[in-house]
Write a protein that binds this ligand. Structure first.
Ligand SMILES: *[C@@H]1O[C@H](CO)[C@@H](O)[C@H](O)[C@H]1NC(C)=O
Ligand SMILES: *[C@@H]1O[C@H](CO)[C@@H](O)[C@H](O)[C@H]1NC(C)=O
Ligand SMILES: *[C@@H]1O[C@H](CO)[C@@H](O)[C@H](O)[C@H]1NC(C)=O
Ligand SMILES: *[C@@H]1O[C@H](CO)[C@@H](O)[C@H](O)[C@H]1NC(C)=O
Length: 328
């Protein structure tokens, strides 16, 4: 809705540059006629190990997709990995069924398959288009308990009204974004603008690249954002990342979420002082990922540039530390 208003204002010449011509007006008219969906395109990585897991994981899928507001205005694109060959086994509601399609089935694979599809989609579309990334977290293990809480916590943020209407100052939005030991979104579900996503490295190449940064040898994978943790790091890996997050309670910054629901207020992330994050990421050396030199060195390696003046990290990272020295 908001995007339509914005497009219409632009077309009428109220926009930033009033640059739309008659062609744009015509396109908007035609889009209205064909009732194009104006909402987000949701990419969902579904993993089901074996046949016997299908009923349990179906519950997970229902719980997550029931959080999609206005399903008829969104598109849901699923990659199914493992036991489920087509979507009929999901028994979706009529509305969800109409909005959902299977991208592909894979016998095996990881999140990078779906992140790659999301990234490819973004490279060929309107930079203002919103995408959401979801996955069936906890489909290996019990669907209630720790994984269930965490899943609800991250899914409800990625699909929230707040994230769906994030202001221009943000390009990635999630329940929580945590800057150390590497900038990441715990649980890895988020909403983003395509214009930002299109700048990122292909997720299929990212894992390997993260293994060869100057930081790679400074700690185990979860402290650096390599191996499977590279997927959580990917969306935050570019110097132009402008993260926003929602959870107002500073007690949660890493690991399993203490509760499934939380008070939401969108703010630029990181929203707390650095000490709030570092005191809770104890499994890594207390200095890992805290220095400016480390972050800059990774940006230069991955994207061959430094962040702009408005980068969130300038005010958060240490100007020097023993880890900076190791890089030089
Ligand atoms: C969907 O998959 C099931 C088995 O997983 C199969 O029995 C059914 O024929 C498939 N349906 C379609 C439309 O391919
Ligand atoms: C990363 O490096 C480790 C250790 O050198 C190696 O075992 C692993 O296979 C590498 N992973 C990738 C994705 O290249
Ligand atoms: C913040 O979260 C902690 C842990 O779940 C909880 O004990 C505390 O009451 C919460 N604080 C507020 C203000 O909601
Ligand atoms: C870092 O900078 C502070 C002052 O800004 C200085 O006191 C400290 O010695 C420096 N540490 C290193 C390791 O260079």
């Amino acid at each position: 809705m908001a995007r339509w208003c914005h497009a219409a204002l632009l077309a009428l010449g109220f926009g930033a540059l009033g640059e739309r011509d008659d062609g744009a007006l015509l396109q908007i008219g035609e889009k209205h006629k064909s009732q194009a969906r104006s909402g987000a395109v949701i990419f969902y990585n579904l993993f089901i190990r074996s046949e016997k897991d299908i009923p349990r994981v179906r519950e997970i899928v229902h719980e997550q997709l029931n959080l999609v507001m206005d399903p008829l205005d969104q598109e849901i694109r699923i990659n199914s990995i493992g036991a489920l060959k087509n979507l009929s086994g999901l028994k979706l509601s009529k509305d969800l069924e109409k909005s959902t399609k299977l991208l592909a089935h894979y016998d095996e694979g990881f999140e990078d398959l779906t992140l790659h599809d999301l990234w490819s989609f973004c490279k060929g579309t309107d930079p203002q288009q919103f995408v959401v990334y979801l996955h069936s977290k906890g489909s290996f293990h019990s669907w209630k308990g720790r994984n269930g809480r965490q899943r609800y916590y991250v899914t409800s943020g990625a699909l929230s009204q707040e994230c769906m209407h994030m202001p221009k100052q943000c390009n990635v939005c999630s329940s929580r974004m945590t800057p150390v030991p590497h900038p990441h979104t715990p649980g890895n579900m988020w909403a983003a603008r395509c214009g930002y996503i299109a700048k990122l490295i292909d997720p299929k190449d990212f894992r390997k690249l993260m293994n060869s940064t100057a930081l790679a040898s400074h700690g185990p994978p979860w402290c650096i954002g390599r191996e499977r943790f590279s997927n959580e790091h990917w969306v935050n890996s570019h110097p132009d990342c402008a993260p926003c997050d929602l959870d107002t309670n500073q007690s949660y910054v890493v690991g399993p979420a203490p509760s499934s629901t939380f008070d939401k207020k969108l703010e630029k992330a990181p929203r707390f002082a650095m000490s709030q994050y570092t005191m809770r990421s104890k499994k890594c050396d207390s200095e890992t990922g805290r220095s400016l030199a480390e972050r800059l060195s990774e940006y230069r390696y991955l994207y061959s540039r430094d962040p702009d003046e408005d980068w969130w990290g300038w005010r958060h990272f240490l100007q020097n530390s023993s880890n900076s020295a190791k890089l030089t």
